[in-house]
Design a binder for this molecule. Structure first.
Ligand code: ZN
Ligand code: ZN
Ligand code: ZN
Length: 502
């Protein structure tokens, strides 16, 4: 191609060339989705044209269709300067976009999901062969993704996975049972790999167990976390020793067999599911912390394990028991579980750190000096944040995060960046606990939040901190005011003109 024709296109109407920030990055990603959609359309048009020349249908099992595929894939490979396998995948994605997942593909065109997210949906749905079933999966997944707000790759994959699990529970179970298990060892020039192929719940359990041992060292241990996890895993599998390497004879971390046993006893893997799923009355999917969506059969299999403990979760009871009696700052264990379950991971858009490894953050800061004046310990004001994002919230003064519960009980988080770009995302597991946001709040609006949820020094209020919180309060209330006005305008326009044609 002589020169890039795109260099001559005026992109200023979409903001290219203007102020750079999150909004521009978002627009550019939407552009990638649009261009990829057009690429898939073009490849599919090449396929249908070639098929017409051969007098065959693209979907046929005829050997001439194979020739059509091969010839189009070769042209794509030449145009993209890629290997045959890469070109084949492009042609396959084009067929997926045109025939199997047209509604999800349109979300990529519309900038709702990224190109990578579309690829993840394809991956989660490849096992579905039935035409009616894939059409239902496509429609359900697209409808759900449109409602979610900021959609990450993981959100897209999990949403498709849930649609497949709930629409095709028997198929999912069959495919899951076909998955092999094993331990595979391979040797390379400079090292060797051991791969354990197992169930997601055992993989999460192994991961947590390795960490439980690997983290049993003092601050002077010289190894990186990766190396410590390796040493711990090898020690566990070979019944070897694992100790802190600081060399200090007084190191408190040189644990006995009893401390190791204690660590293991504290390793817990969390699965959240409806009571109706457990009893077999419904095929509603469940959620495995650190993994994602589980089909209903799988939830029941895990619940039947000898080492599983089942605890009911009383959502309605949270209205009166969100905070611990005698400590308004600490959520009850039911409230803690519910908030981790409904978010499923760190609440920062795109962050996949598992919910049970996060801190539970008071979005509007709790006031230790005057509990009623600050942010409440209530589902409307709590979300999980991984240590990294929790620390960022504490120190990045020009970022604002907010949490809003809409009229349908969906819990939304909003992150506003220093350039004024806002991402609004629904709690990713809203489907799992749809009633959580409907429980009534028993507290007033915050007027003077206290210090950040820094457990080390909750009562020390610095001037800079106070200024930061006042700033956040102002932004939050302004944003809410704008939203209330927009909602009122919308309601008024529906009253006047009727609902928009859907
Ligand atoms: Zn040590
Ligand atoms: Zn995070
Ligand atoms: Zn509340």
């Amino acid at each position: 191609m002589a020169g890039n024709v795109w260099a001559k296109v005026d992109l200023s109407p979409v903001g290219v060339g203007g102020e750079a920030g999150g909004a521009l990055i978002d627009v550019l990603q939407a552009g990638e989705g649009m261009l990829m959609f057009l690429r898939f359309e073009a490849i599919y048009a090449m396929l249908t044209a070639a098929a017409a020349r051969e007098g065959v249908e693209v979907g046929d099992a005829d050997h001439r269709v194979v020739d059509v595929f091969a010839s189009v894939a070769r042209e794509v490979a030449v145009a993209l300067r890629v290997a045959a396998g890469t070109a084949d995948r492009q042609v396959n994605l084009a067929v997926e976009a045109a025939e199997r997942l047209p509604q999800v593909a349109r979300l990529m065109r519309d900038g709702v999901i990224s190109v990578a997210a579309f690829g993840d949906v394809v991956l989660q749905t490849t096992g579905v062969a039935d035409t009616d079933l894939i059409a239902a999966v496509d429609a359900t997944t697209a409808a759900e993704l449109r409602e979610m707000g900021g959609v990450s790759r993981r959100d897209a994959g999990d949403t498709a996975r849930r649609a497949v699990a709930e629409l095709d529970p028997d198929g999912v179970r069959e495919r899951r049972e076909l998955r092999g298990k094993g331990v595979h060892v391979s040797h390379d020039v400079d090292g060797s790999d051991v791969t354990i192929t197992t169930t997601p719940e055992d993989a999460v359990l192994i991961d947590a167990s390795v960490s439980a041992v690997a983290d049993r060292v003092c601050a002077d241990d010289s190894r990186s976390r990766g190396v410590r996890r390796h040493d711990a895993a090898v020690a566990l599998l070979t019944r070897g020793e694992f100790a802190c390497d600081c060399g200090n004879p007084d190191c408190a971390a040189t644990g006995s067999a009893a401390t190791v046993a204690e660590r293991f006893a504290s390793v817990v893997v969390h699965v959240v599911a409806d009571a109706s799923t457990l009893s077999g009355d419904s095929d509603k999917a469940g959620w495995l912390d650190g993994f994602g969506v589980l089909d209903a059969h799988h939830v029941r299999e895990i619940a039947a394990r000898g080492d599983a403990i089942t605890r009911p979760l009383d959502i309605a009871g949270l209205a009166d028991h969100a905070a611990q009696p005698g400590n308004a700052y600490r959520p009850t264990s039911a409230c803690d579980t519910a908030m981790r379950a409904v978010f499923g991971s760190c609440s920062e858009p795109g962050c996949a750190r598992r919910a049970w490894s996060c801190d539970l953050d008071h979005v509007c800061e709790f006031n230790h000096a005057d509990n009623a004046a600050g942010g409440a310990t209530c589902p409307c004001n709590l979300n999980p944040k991984c240590r990294f994002h929790h620390v960022l919230k504490t120190f990045a003064s020009d970022w604002v995060d907010d949490q809003i519960v809409d009229a349908d009980g969906a819990i939304w988080t909003e992150v506003t960046t220093p350039t004024g770009y806002t991402v609004r995302s629904r709690a990713r597991n809203h489907w799992l606990l749809p009633d959580l946001g409907l429980i009534p709040c028993r507290h007033g609006e915050p007027v003077a939040p206290g210090s950040v949820d820094d457990a080390a020094q909750p009562d020390r209020v610095r001037t800079r901190t106070q200024a930061k919180h006042a700033y956040r309060m102002r932004i939050r209330s302004r944003r809410r005011y704008v939203q209330v006005c927009a909602a009122a305008d919308w309601a008024a326009s529906i009253e006047q003109d009727g609902p928009p044609p859907f």
